[in-house]
Ligand binder design. Structure first.
Ligand code: PXP
Length: 249
């Protein structure tokens, strides 16, 4: 299981003072050096954190960029021009603080199929992912639309405050992962994951990568970015080891 680190909030901090630091480009290299497999940026329609120039520079300097974006035409054009190795299509509302809920792929499969085909047309190696709720109907739609991956929205799990609620969400996620793998999709997860709730999610079999941003950047304020990434990787590895030992028994 791999870790993708979302560095949007490095740009939030930079933009707060209109300076050119802290630099998201520098952050991208720190997280990759610390062991992350991917660096993720979300190019929002209002450019409130990451900007076009950040994405252009990062994608020129590393192949390991996952670009989160809406399906809006202008943003898709920019992404096809930049051509990061992977793109994750997310729903986007102007006033939301962060991405709320998963993409409704089932509502317009044709629209998403056009997008996945446009990326494949430009580069057959490009990877496309749909950020969806743990839901079989959405997984089927993502498969039909030609996505390589789904990223399961873990926001509801992260927001559960009771043990019973968490257990229920974990089993919903587990079922969705199993189903997605069965129909030939690869599966990532992200949103609201932190140092406390990642372990139980990482115990589920079948995930390729976790995309985590806010909790890592928040911790980095006190520990530094490299240490914050390494600590998260340590927890993911501990869960992997626990699964491995369980399989051996
Ligand atoms: N994955 C996706 C698709 C997202 O939209 C976000 C938030 O930008 C994340 C992961 C990271 O979420 P968080 O910042 O809560 O870790």
């Amino acid at each position: 299981m791999k870790l993708g680190v979302n560095i949007d909030h490095i740009a939030t901090l930079r933009n707060a003072r209109g300076e050119n630091f802290p630099s998201p480009v520098h952050a991208a290299f720190v997280v990759l050096e610390a062991g992350a497999s991917n660096v993720t940026c979300h190019l929002r329609e209002d450019r409130r954190h990451i900007r076009d120039e950040d994405v252009k520079v990062i994608s020129k300097l590393t192949e390991r960029l996952n670009l989160e974006m809406s399906a809006e035409e202008k943003i898709v054009e920019i992404a096809i021009d930049i051509m990061p190795r992977s793109v994750t299509i997310v729903p986007e509302k102007r006033k939301e603080l962060t991405t709320e809920g998963g993409l409704d792929v089932a509502a317009d499969i044709k629209r998403y199929k056009n997008i996945t085909e446009a990326f494949k047309f430009k580069s057959f190696d490009s990877l496309t992912s749909a950020f969806i709720e743990p839901d079989k109907k959405q997984a089927d739609a993502a498969k039909e639309a030609g996505f390589d991956f789904i990223e399961i929205h873990t926001g509801r799990y992260a927001g559960e405050t009771t043990a019973a609620g968490k257990t229920k969400e974990l089993s919903r996620i587990k079922e969705a992962v199993e189903y997605a793998l069965k129909i030939g999709l690869k599966v990532n997860a992200g949103h609201g994951l932190d140092y406390k709730n990642i372990y139980d999610i990482a115990l589920i079999y079948g995930f390729e990568e976790f995309n985590i941003g806010f909790s890592i950047v928040s911790k980095a304020v006190f520990t530094g970015l490299e240490a914050a990434v390494k600590e998260m990787l340590g927890i993911i590895k501990a869960a992997e080891l626990a699964k491995f030992q369980c399989r051996k028994k």
